[in-house]
Ligand binder design. Structure first.
Ligand code: ADP
Length: 211
């Protein structure tokens, strides 16, 4: 975030004199408190300053990168996950390919008769299964999917940054967000590299961290 000249000055004044009221900051700059209100709001929202009622403004002492780290450490899966698309184990490879196109996604999840997670299907899984095969309607997805217990999963309260790390370390494009049940895992969401890219863009489009 690029601070304006006036915002830089406010930070300096609070650093030197805090805790200090908005009124007093205004006196230092020969401006009214009302004029400063938008700047104080931005500096407080961005985490440079902290406002305590009836006391005034404090300098938090946090650098740009510390503030960015704080923000990343509050990005949880539940706030970014998208809707999962699931197929039954006896769905055909043909049906899986059609579903990928229709839903415009690259990772599908497979569930068993109890509706619990049993497999993952990626684009390459389906390409591999299609090579040289004439009748894709006759091959059920459970034959070609990556199956439990080898599925990398995440929970809604996991940090987005940890899941991003998992994707890179395990070389996968997506993970199911699951909820633990007595005899397995229910699929409640989907996190993919697109999710991470969108979250990254949101971070920089946010005024606080404009690039
Ligand atoms: P693509 O195959 O389209 O490049 P991925 O990199 O996601 O997509 O998939 C690579 C392999 O990893 C595939 O065989 C797929 O079944 C498997 N895979 C994908 N996601 C997971 C996951 N969450 N857990 C375990 N295996 C996965």
């Amino acid at each position: 975030m690029e601070l304006s000249n006036r915002q830089e000055k406010i930070v300096e004044i609070v650093k030197a004199n805090g805790p200090i009221t908005g009124e007093k900051i205004g006196e230092h700059l020969s401006l009214t408190r009302a004029t400063l209100r938008p700047d104080l709001a931005i500096l407080t929202m961005a985490g440079f300053l902290e406002a305590r009622p009836r006391v005034g403004y404090f300098y938090t002492g946090k650098s740009h990168s510390e503030l960015l780290t704080d923000k990343i450490e509050h990005m949880f899966i539940k706030d970014y996950q998208s809707v999962p698309v699931v197929l039954k184990e006896d769905s055909s490879v043909y049906n899986a390919i059609s579903t990928m196109f229709l839903e415009d996604i690259g990772t599908l999840f497979v569930v068993d008769n109890n509706g619990l997670l049993s497999g993952v299907l990626s684009r390459k899984d389906l390409l591999r299964a299609s090579i040289g095969q004439k009748d894709l309607n006759s091959i059920p997805v459970h034959i070609i999917m990556t199956r439990m217990p080898n599925i990398v999963m995440c929970k809604k309260d996991d940090l987005l940054i940890h899941v991003a790390r998992e994707m890179i370390d395990k070389g996968i494009d997506g993970l199911p967000v699951v909820k633990e049940r007595d005899n397995g895992y229910e699929v409640i969401g989907r996190v993919t590299k697109t999710t991470i890219t969108n979250a990254f863009l949101e971070l920089v489009s946010n005024r606080q961290f404009q690039v």
